[in-house]
Design a protein around this ligand. Structure first.
Ligand code: GTP
Ligand code: MG
Length: 197
């Protein structure tokens, strides 16, 4: 897919106020600082469409962008930061779960995972949450530039083996780096293939 246009539409914390056009939508979620906003900029070939920061907790709202005038891309706040809670459920802010449960036109979520890290309970819980609600998702491993090719392979394999302990099959997954521009064609290709335009 060629990105011909990419524009910010609106930010808010209420799913009822999200854009009304019934366009297919794809949302990026994951722990704070995993690289969601950077990935959105890389995918769209825009330097600062989505705001990024070295400090976790930069994105605080549901941010809609319209791409090629025919689909929405959504940048979401990270989970797992700023709220110390024993209950993981409380860590997923209510407006984020409302978004996933109520946004009819959501085609697929992308759960971002830092490729350097071992499976973390909060990410596994979030995937479990999506699975239970039958919300389609893919995994995007981020920051692949931080590892050598062999280590990338090993980390992805370890992660997939862990998922197969409680999932019958793996979701689609992609390996990306926003700084080295790895994975753009694959992720955009997946979006084209699943976008019923
Ligand atoms: P929140 O909005 O706070 O939840 O964070 P986010 O997930 O949107 O992360 P963001 O894109 O703001 O990036 C966080 C930090 O990781 C920034 O310092 C980025 O420069 C860095 N980063 C993001 N993607 C990559 C990548 O592919 N490679 C490397 N090396 N650094 C990255
Ligand atoms: Mg962000």
């Amino acid at each position: 897919m060629k990105i011909k246009s990419a524009e910010f539409v609106m930010s808010n914390s209420d799913v009822a106020k999200c854009p009304k056009q019934p366009l297919p939508e794809y949302a990026f979620i994951g722990r704070s600082n995993v690289g969601k906003s950077s990935l959105i900029n890389m995918l769209t070939d825009r330097k600062s469409l989505a705001k990024t920061s070295g400090r976790p907790g930069k994105t605080q709202l549901i941010n809609h962008f319209i791409i090629n005038d025919n689909w929405f891309l959504v940048d979401l706040p990270g989970y797992g930061y700023a709220r110390v809670s024993k209950s993981t459920k409380k860590t997923f802010q209510k407006f984020i779960t409302n978004y996933f449960e109520q946004r009819q036109q959501l085609v697929s979520a992308f759960v971002l995972i830092d490729i350097r890290h071992k499976p973390q309970p909060i990410d596994l819980d979030f995937m479990q949450y999506l699975g239970e609600r039958e919300i389609p998702f893919s995994i995007i491993f981020t920051k692949a530039d931080k590892l050598k090719p062999k280590a990338i392979e090993r980390h992805v394999e370890d992660y997939c083996n862990r998922l197969l302990q409680f999932w019958e099959e793996l979701p689609p997954y992609f390996v990306t780096s926003s700084s080295k521009k790895i994975g753009q064609d694959e992720v955009l290709g997946f979006i084209s293939d699943t976008n019923e335009e």
